[in-house]
Design a protein around this ligand. Sequence first.
Ligand SMILES: Nc1ncnc2c1ncn2[C@@H]1O[C@H](COP(=O)(O)OP(=O)(O)OP(=O)(O)O)[C@@H](O)[C@H]1O
Length: 263
Amino acid sequence: MNDLTLQDITLFRGKHCVARDLSLKFEPGKVHVILGPNGAGKSSLLRALFGEFWPQAGRIAHGEGYLTRETLRQWRKAIGYMPQDTALEASLTALEVVLLGRMDELSFHVDDATLHAAANTMEAAGIAHLASHDILSLSGGQRQLALFAQVLLRDPDILLLDEPVSALDMHHQQKLLDIVHRETRARNRISILILHDLSLAAQYADQLILIGDGELKAAGSPAEVLKADLISRTYGVDVEILTDSAGAPVVRPLRTPHATLHP
Ligand SMILES: Nc1ncnc2c1ncn2[C@@H]1O[C@H](COP(=O)(O)OP(=O)(O)OP(=O)(O)O)[C@@H](O)[C@H]1O
């Protein structure tokens, strides 16, 4: 398996520059987490990797191949992409939604092996009991887990997950990120996630990538990136960095000393 690289990427959304001359390397077998304030350009970067936007300059490469309009179809075959906006309108059961992850190769025929794989994936994600439920009747978190299972069923070389735990409780956040971590290692997959919880990211990421103001603020291990002054400057919040019992950094925002509400 080869590295996925951004090579001197410049990316605009409208008039807003979300990346200028950005170069990054994503290695197989590692979990990479992109961090940054709202509007920093995290989703735009992920969508560019999926070929939904074309950078104004630079190249995106995977091994010998480059992402171009001509290679887009082939490029996407290697990718499992879960967007941030997971709104669904079709009335399908949770199992049918998961099976859509393999639809391109199934020609709408579901064989026993695929059904078995879908059932196993749902079991791993903790939603086996919801298989026959209408997807629209599920809670936001349950739906997020079903869409995660759909992406996982593709067994992609590259996993792109845009805020995959935003609707999940602590238990399911941990379950999903444990699966991502385990499968990234076991399948030598390149996993790139967007998370807002810096401490959660520190527990699971091999590489953290912090972006803001159209530039790369830092990239490296959680201990290298999660420095109090850098986080405070990037997010505009005073923080202190603690260390958990496993040695991972914990980012704790400090409450601003407000004037009292009831003078
Ligand atoms: N369709 C669009 N047209 C023009 N500008 C856009 C469009 N979508 C997003 N933008 C702008 O691009 C910038 C980056 O947006 P993006 O969604 O990539 O940020 P983000 O870091 O993922 O934010 P969040 O954490 O809030 O999800 C923002 O300033 C946003 O306003």
